[in-house]
Design a protein. Structure first.
Length: 246
């Protein structure tokens, strides 16, 4: 179980400031509340358990998580959020997938299209770029003195994971979407802290943009980040290391 890492750089830049973290917590809160509408007990609602793991990996406080779950029965009771995924091309022919959670599809699709257009791209039809990606469960575990490669590999095999990619400071455990919950639960029950836990769109190959194109591309990513309806953005651009630091 080994291979080339495709996790780094595929998602949007991580939060650095309190303001950005606050926006991420708000988006995670909405995702938690929507998942909890199918049941507020994570032991019987695997989707909710997955989102809780994602929130904890993002260092979302437990109080925030609890409040968000309670919202499902309260203020979100009569609000119907829909998951909508949009595909398109960014500058330089880059492939971009935008996952949204919205209570107003017309508003969201217009805003997503505007962001694509503003930064040299264009929104495509369903399937226009998703064939360049693989839908995969990704669990990232930081290397520690007690978690070496052999230990993580053995645990991943036991849990039913598909692959483990070893990096300098992390291990990336890859699963099928169907087995993601059971693998994530296995590691949690073993007391392993997860640095990332999510089902995401992983690009099969990445492209390199020019310096000028990267400036525009990153502005587009920031614009998607700033949109309240956008939950996740995936792309196939090789970002410089400094753009991907936590």
């Amino acid at each position: 179980m080994s291979g080339h890492s495709k996790w780094a750089n595929i998602k949007n830049k991580k939060a650095k400031t309190d303001a950005v973290k606050g926006k991420i917590f708000t988006k995670l809160g909405r995702e938690l509340a929507v998942a909890a509408k199918a049941g507020a007990d994570p032991s019987t609602n695997s989707k909710l358990a997955d989102v809780i793991a994602k929130a904890k990996a993002a260092n979302m406080p437990n109080d925030n998580i609890t409040r968000s779950i309670k919202k499902a029965a309260g203020e979100l009771g009569n609000v119907n959020y829909e998951v909508k995924t949009y595909e398109g091309y960014g500058i330089g022919g880059s492939a971009v997938i935008v996952k949204t959670l919205t209570d107003n599809v017309n508003r969201t699709v217009g805003e997503v299209r505007h962001i694509f257009d503003k930064y040299g791209g264009n929104m495509g039809t369903t399937g226009s770029v998703s064939y360049m990606f693989e839908n995969s469960g990704v669990i990232v575990i930081e290397r520690t003195p007690t978690l070496d490669e052999d230990t993580v590999m053995e645990m991943a095999l036991e849990a039913g994971a598909d692959d483990v990619v070893t990096e300098e400071d992390v291990f990336e455990v890859k699963t099928s979407p169907a087995s993601f919950s059971q693998v994530r639960k296995y590691f949690e029950e073993k007391g392993v802290e997860l640095a990332e836990a999510d089902i995401m769109m992983v690009p099969n190959d990445k492209i390199t943009l020019s310096a000028d194109q990267l400036i525009s591309f990153n502005k587009m990513l920031d614009a998607f980040d700033d949109n309240d309806d956008v939950q996740d953005v995936y792309h196939n651009v090789e970002l410089p290391d400094e753009e991907d630091e936590d």
